[in-house]
Design a protein around this ligand. Structure first.
Ligand code: SDX
Length: 394
């Protein structure tokens, strides 16, 4: 504290903005989008109406919903030249690297919606990204497995269309499993927005400079990739696979408590939630639904996850620090059962979070008081000193 600034390494005690979009009470484990509790939206609504709610502040009427869905559906295809762009990547490129690049490259393919000063351009860029991120994500997956890209189908709902673009192949008919589609849709809703998390703050900061919408969302994708943030779902599943069986849990719990060991329980803990992440409960239920639908009676990873949660929540170290499972703890089990490789988990998170990033970016741009973001620092480096020419430095 220098009288001017307070140093807070995680910005959790300083509000970076005012917002009407998402409310979190970390102590009570409450999450609401525009005032609606996340469990009611996840159970009773669907992802597209959540998109409408986040973007425009109200749940859509039937007419508004129909028109919004038609607008999104009509933008699901990407410019055909983007397929050429994709073929420049190595097949083993991490799909998140492909997403960072292709979302940013959208500015080169859709230059008519890059002028952030034009509300119409902002609106069309928003619709384009909500519509095309699933297509780009599916293309990234298809490219990584060496299968041909599958075009979007406008007769399918958002989640079903995404699943068919990922898993359909030209040589046989693909039927979307409605339980999988419902689970995918709910997972999108759970990940749609989350207040000023690291990637959303990144999007806001990038947007405050007037950068085009595609560049701002690409910045959010890049930040989300980190294992402490959206990359945790991939890391959590790898951790559960490494633990392997419940009898190895105590060894990993002790490792996570050891300050000299960088290992942490992935999918556990949160910057804001000091209670159970409400999304994690719904994710666990969704995992059971998907596994039941697939006839998987006891998934060893789910057994390890449920037992690990039980052991950790009885351990003083985790209880004292209020460390609970977060959304990433169970999501990987569900996504793996649905057929996605771990490398796609954070990609799916970015598809869902795009609408939250856009809603927050629009809110910031529409704020008349908005200025370029410019965090300050507490300087504790060298005091002033005179330059010494190289010949005199010894
Ligand atoms: C997401 O911000 C958001 O909203 C993000 C997100 C969203 O929707 O956008 O919710 C999505 O990113 C969820 C978080 C996913 N990340 C992980 O699951 C990675 C594993 N979790 C940790 O890396 C950690 O919990 C963080 C990064 C999430 C938070 O780390 P902090 O800021 O250190 O947490 P803290 O201040 O609450 O830590 C308090 C103590 C510390 O120990 P002490 O210094 O007090 O001794 O708890 C320890 C931490 O070292 N701790 C852990 C731990 N998480 C915190 N110890 C072991 N295992 C863990 N997972």
């Amino acid at each position: 504290q220098t009288g001017m600034f307070t140093y807070d390494p995680g910005f959790t005690s300083t509000a970076s903005c005012a917002s009407t979009i998402t409310f979190i009470d970390g102590d009570e484990g409450i999450l609401r989008y525009r005032g609606y509790p996340i469990d009611q939206l996840a159970e009773g609504g669907d992802f597209l109406e959540t998109c409408f709610l986040l973007l425009y502040g109200e749940l859509p009427s039937a007419k508004e919903r129909e028109s919004f869905e038609r607008r999104v559906t009509r933008h699901t295809m990407v410019h055909e030249q983007m397929t050429r762009f994709f073929t420049g990547f190595r097949r083993d490129a991490h799909p998140m690297a492909v997403m960072v690049a292709s979302v940013g490259a959208m500015a080169a393919f859709y230059p008519d919606s890059t002028d952030v000063a034009d509300p119409n351009a902002r609106e069309i860029a928003s619709i384009r990204m909500i519509a095309k991120l699933p297509t780009l994500a599916a293309m990234a997956y298809k490219y990584s497995v060496g299968q041909p890209f599958v075009y979007p189908r406008n007769d399918l709902d958002y989640a079903s269309n995404f699943l068919q673009m990922c898993f359909a192949v030209p040589c046989e008919e693909y039927k979307v499993n409605p339980v999988m589609a419902r689970a995918m849709d709910r997972i999108f809703t759970l990940h749609a927005d989350h207040e000023q998390n690291a990637s959303t703050s990144t999007v806001r900061l990038a947007g405050s400079s007037g950068a085009n919408p595609f560049a701002c969302i690409a910045a959010g994708v890049a930040c989300l990739w980190g294992p402490a943030h959206g990359g945790a779902n991939e890391a959590a599943l790898k951790m559960l696979e490494e633990i392997g069986t419940p009898d190895r849990i105590p060894e990993f719990v002790e490792k996570a408590k050891d300050k000299n060991d960088p290992f942490r329980l992935m999918g556990f803990g949160h910057r804001v939630y000091k209670n159970y992440d409400p999304r994690a409960k719904i994710m666990q239920q969704t995992a059971h639904e998907v596994l039941d639908e697939l006839g998987i009676k006891d998934d060893p990873l789910l057994d390890v996850a449920v037992e690990l949660e039980k052991v950790a929540l009885q351990d003083e170290y985790f209880v004292e620090r209020k460390l609970y499972p977060n959304i990433d703890f169970y999501s990987g089990i569900t996504l793996r059962a649905m057929g996605f490789p771990t490398s796609m988990f954070t990609v799916l998170f970015s598809v869902a979070r795009t609408v939250g990033w856009i809603a927050q970016w629009k809110e910031m741009l529409e704020d008349p008081a908005q200025r370029i973001g410019r965090p300050r620092q507490l300087y504790n480096g060298a005091v002033e000193r005179s330059f010494v020419p190289a010949k005199d430095r010894g």
